[in-house]
Design a protein around this ligand. Structure first.
Ligand code: ADP
Ligand code: G6P
Length: 734
């Protein structure tokens, strides 16, 4: 058994410390993250690192030890935040920038450099505490938008940690995210993780789209290639502690249990014979939860369905949250006023339409509310998941009850049996409420039953387990890379063999191997450093240095005019050997005129792409195009030209951000084959970066040193990171 542990990191610890009259009070934290992860943490042998909820300055030194003790007892460790940190990092950047931006509240979003600086500094503070506790081999699971930079900070310091990141709020679409001044930093911060999780596939999709467009990284299904790492992205819809809520409700319904005062008041209102019903909503007081909108929609409902006046009551629990942020203060004021207005408009001596609580209630009272509500009205305008909706369903032990849920909550994706509404439509709202209040018991039961089945099966424990096993599986991804990653020892072996040899063949691809990519291929000319390196290799008389490329003869002839290196161009059509050009293949080119207009229509419809016309092939380059559009177009292009290429004996090569159509009987493999058999080499090294180079790796004799640049799947024996490393390797040989 390994002694590796799992560390949970989130801004807020599951317990809240407060100090009153010099004594410590501990209460549970609210919010989906804390309540959900609590049950995961409870059973593990791990540690939870986060902020205790009070400013460092407020902890009197005499109490410090006690506070720490209480935190340790709960298997937690705290990160201390000063009042200034709380102002700039927590209330500021986290809750006045990221929270509104990620929830599509652009008008509430502030971009303050000072707060960004504080956000970075506090993420560093978290990193410091985590690193004090984490050992190589441990797993660290980082949570939510307050700590987007933490994964990278940890990975840089301790690459052997396995790091997971889960975002509990939506990831916005690229059009929103691109407005954010620190978009690249935040994305690279997240990419420190080995696995990045979201509640829904839509958030995952948005994230990957930003990764492709902003960082221009390669994404293969849900894997991101980033330097020498592969990062997995997936969706894991968070569940609840189903048994906890279900059992609490069973206990609550037990006739021998004493009723709370709240329950007695709720019972007073309910009367099935008179069709008197309770409608419930529970949220943190947050503008994303659509509270004012809900009140207005309820008013609209009562106006349009007067038969429900004096019958239906909305019990609305709004739990105080982030009450120092101006938008929340405004929301509170607006809610108070609206409740007052609606109650004033409809109330009678025996009935007020809205019962409004602005406070945090103990768990038992939460259960009173859930079990008493005939209908739950959960209507956020935007919500990452929403656990309240799930908790309501779990407490319906008799199988009755109706859930009305906003389509804008992540939970809606998996709760199809709820009545789903667009919360911005009052008609939707009002019709749904009427339908809910009138729904026959059998229909209620059949819907609740299906919902419960799923919630019970995919509970929070299962969710955490799935995330952690997917995280564990990323270790295998790492091993695939590590298996072929060129080590210092491999370099030494290559050098040794190189030195011993008396007749060497060096087959080097050009673009992406000897030099990096440029937006325009004509800009990727050899630089002085490269010439000097190649000159040195050429000067060693044991070497046959061959640059082998898909580039055309003219370009290479121009670039390497005065250089004696041997060249293979056009993917193997032409060979320049000791200065003389010979055609290795005889090819027809009449198909090119027919294909060109087709390719041109693709250029017209795909901004940022262009055609490179070579002697024997046509290449469609899409490096600077929108990556998602390019992906669609490449598929389209393949379909369009499939019949044409079959009839003309052509083939389609997919290179690095380029698709090339050329004669089928030409490829770098055939050229390689000719070269290797020409002489009796005792050292062969082949280096290439893209798909077209795989033909060379295949044809090279078993004893060759085949090297792939980049960490994609390959037939080569070794993999190295970039063209810079290729140059370093070649320098070390000279
Ligand atoms: P968010 O994460 O945006 O706050 P969720 O609906 O996902 O929204 O999570 C809210 C969580 O807070 C639920 O698990 C709910 O049970 C819990 N909660 C709500 N009110 C209270 C309260 N008064 N005391 C403790 N927990 C509460
Ligand atoms: C949401 C967020 C959590 C946060 C919670 C409560 O659930 O996703 O990260 O902890 O709200 O907000 P607070 O600002 O009080 O921590």
């Amino acid at each position: 058994m390994s002694s590796n542990k799992t560390i949970i990191v989130s801004n807020r610890l599951p317990l809240q410390i407060s100090i009153k009259d010099n004594s410590i009070e501990v209460s549970p934290s609210v919010g989906g993250l804390a309540t959900g992860m609590k049950s995961v943490h409870k059973d593990g042998n791990g540690l939870w690192i986060g902020w205790s909820g009070i400013p460092e300055e407020d902890i009197n030194p005499s109490l410090l030890k006690k506070v720490k003790g209480r935190i340790e007892e709960a298997k937690c460790a705290s990160v201390e935040l000063t009042k200034q940190d709380i102002e700039d990092y927590y209330l500021g950047f986290s809750n006045r920038t990221l929270w509104p931006l990620f929830h599509y509240f652009m008008e509430y979003t502030e971009f303050e450099t000072k707060e960004w600086e504080a956000y970075k500094a506090v993420n560093e503070k978290f990193a410091k505490v985590v690193l004090e506790h984490a050992n190589d081999g441990d797993t660290v699971w980082v949570h939510d938008y307050q700590l987007l930079l933490l994964p990278e900070l940890l990975k840089n310091k301790k690459p052997n940690l396995t790091i997971g990141f889960f975002l509990h709020i939506p990831f916005p679409s690229y059009e929103i995210f691109r407005t954010f001044p620190w978009r690249s930093e935040v994305l690279t911060g997240m990419l420190g993780a080995d696995l990045i999780g979201f509640h829904t596939y839509d958030y995952e999709r948005h994230f990957l789209s930003s990764i492709k467009r902003i960082l221009r990284l390669d994404v293969n299904f849900n894997e991101i290639s980033y330097h020498d790492r592969l990062i997995k992205v997936d969706s894991f819809p968070m569940g609840i502690d189903y048994d906890k809520f279900h059992n609490a409700a069973l206990e609550h319904n037990n006739s021998e249990t004493e009723k709370s005062d709240l329950q007695k008041r709720l019972d007073d209102h309910k009367d099935p014979k008179e069709n008197k019903k309770l409608v419930l909503s529970i949220d943190r007081m947050d503008y994303t939860k659509g509270i004012p909108n809900r009140i207005k929609a309820f008013e609209y409902f009562l106006d349009n369905n007067p038969q429900y006046q004096e019958k239906v009551r909305l019990v609305m629990l709004a739990v105080p949250s982030r009450s120092n942020v101006p938008q929340y203060i405004k929301l509170k004021r607006e809610t108070d006023e609206l409740v007052g207005r609606v109650n004033g408009k409809f109330a009678t001596v025996s009935w007020t339409p809205i019962w409004y609580f602005y406070r945090s209630l103990p768990f038992d009272n939460l259960i009173d509310l859930y079990t008493s509500a005939d209908v739950a009205l959960i209507t956020p305008v935007r919500d990452g998941m929403n656990l309240v909706a799930k908790e309501y369903v779990a407490t319906r032990t008799n199988g009755d009850g109706v859930l009305i849920l906003s389509e804008m909550a992540g939970a809606a994706k998996e709760m199809n049996e709820a009545i789903l509404i667009n919360p911005n439509s009052f008609d939707d709202f009002s019709n749904a409420l009427k339908k809910g209040l009138e729904m026959p018991l059998e229909e209620q039961q059949s819907r609740i039953k299906i919902l419960q089945k799923r919630l019970r099966r995919y509970d929070v424990e299962k969710w955490a387990h799935e995330f952690l096993s997917a995280l564990e599986a990323t270790k295998e991804l790492k091993e695939v890379i590590v298996a072929k990653k060129m080590t210092v020892a491999d370099v030494a072996t290559i050098k040794q063999n190189y030195q011993k040899a008396s007749n060497r063949l060096l087959l080097l691809d050009y673009d992406g191997t000897l030099t990096g990519f440029k937006d325009n291929p004509q800009d990727a000319k050899p630089d002085e450093e490269l010439f000097s390196l190649l000159d040195k290799l050429q000067a060693q008389k044991e070497n046959n240095l061959v640059i082998i490329s898909g580039r055309d003869k003219q370009t290479f002839n121009k670039w390497f005019k005065n250089k004696p290196y041997n060249l293979v161009t056009d993917h193997g059509v032409w060979l320049r050997d000791k200065g003389d050009w010979t055609a290795l293949e005889r090819l027809k080119t009449d198909w090119m005129d027919r294909l060109l207009p087709i390719l041109e229509t693709f250029v017209d419809r795909t901004p940022g792409t262009f055609i490179e016309k070579k002697n024997y092939s046509l290449a469609w380059h899409y490096r600077t195009a929108d990556p998602e559009l390019a992906q669609i177009r490449t598929t389209e292009l393949k379909t369009v030209i499939t019949s044409m290429i079959a009839n003309n004996d052509l083939s389609l090569l997919e290179g690095n951000k380029v698709m090339e159509i050329k004669s089928s009987n030409v490829n770098k493999g055939r050229a390689t084959n000719r070269l290797v058999v020409e002489e009796d080499y005792d050292f062969i090294m082949v280096i290439g970066d893209d798909w077209t180079d795989e033909y060379m790796f295949e044809e090279a004799p078993e004893s060759s040193f085949t090297i792939k640049v980049g960490y994609k799947k390959t037939k080569a024996k070794f993999q190295i990171k970039s063209s810079e490393q290729v140059r370093d390797l070649l320098v070390s040989l000279t």
